[in-house]
Design a protein around this ligand. Structure first.
Ligand code: C5P
Length: 223
């Protein structure tokens, strides 16, 4: 059976995950958050005292120990690292910055991309990340590049963390986001960039429901 795949790329805080999650729920697709996988690897580094930026070889030599499991519950996608549910912990700022650092390591990308492609083989999926349209699922049925202004992305991330009860500081989030934007767009391997055949959606002027409708209508039109 041929399953439908929808690829969504874009910078941090553009609303990729919340929009993709809502669209997946409404269409009965499986939502796959690839950023959470990079975050889990970053958390593995933090938990083991490995500085992912300066001790790349050390992290690579222990990559075979990194076991990531994804389970779907009523509360959505849950990420397990070595059997522990880390879904909340991986949203904290130290892990966000760490994820951007581990994401430049080719061996990390190889391991996670294999897992992502395998997941897309057995269900209708909406997968979001940075390199999904161009690299992970180049034959996706629908390709979307979701973005928004830097200021509104930082504000959304701030509101999201506050809502989850995670302590945060707006200026720090904005600075971390700028660091990640730069790191993600300028890296040699799989840089963040709109694929030529992806449809650009700028959500700066849309509220959440408006963005969900836009993406859902596009998928229904294309599949
Ligand atoms: O999407 P999210 O903010 O959770 O991603 C965390 C980090 O993981 C990003 O800043 C990016 O460096 C990396 N990432 C990536 N490729 C993906 C998904 C995320 O490089 N497909």
């Amino acid at each position: 059976m041929k399953y439908i795949s929808v690829a969504v790329d874009g910078p941090a805080g553009a609303g990729k995950s919340s929009v993709s999650k809502a669209v997946a729920k409404s269409l009965g697709y499986t939502y796959i958050d690839t950023g959470a996988m990079y975050r889990a690897v970053a958390l593995f580094a933090i938990n083991n005292g490995i500085d992912a930026k300066n001790e790349t070889e050390k992290l690579v030599s222990r990559l075979n120990e990194v076991e990531i499991d994804i389970k779907y519950t009523d509360e959505g996608q849950q990420i397990y690292l070595l059997g522990e549910n880390v879904s909340k912990r991986i949203r904290e700022e130290d892990v966000s910055v760490g994820a951007s650092n581990v994401a430049v390591i080719p061996e990390v990308r190889k391991k996670l991309v294999e897992l992502q492609r395998k997941m897309a083989e057995s269900a209708n999926v909406i997968m979001d990340g940075r390199d999904i349209c161009s690299y992970v699922l180049p034959n996706a049925d629908v390709k979307i590049f979701l973005t928004a202004s830097a200021e509104s992305r930082a504000k959304r991330r701030y509101d999201e963390l506050c809502e989850k009860g995670i302590e945060c500081d707006f200026e720090k989030i904005k600075a971390d986001m700028e660091y990640r934007d730069k790191n993600d767009s300028q890296r040699a391997v799989a840089p963040l960039k709109k694929a030529d055949d992806a449809i650009l959606i700028d959500t700066t002027e849309y509220d959440f429901d408006g963005a969900v409708k836009l993406v859902k209508d596009l998928i229904l039109e294309k599949t």
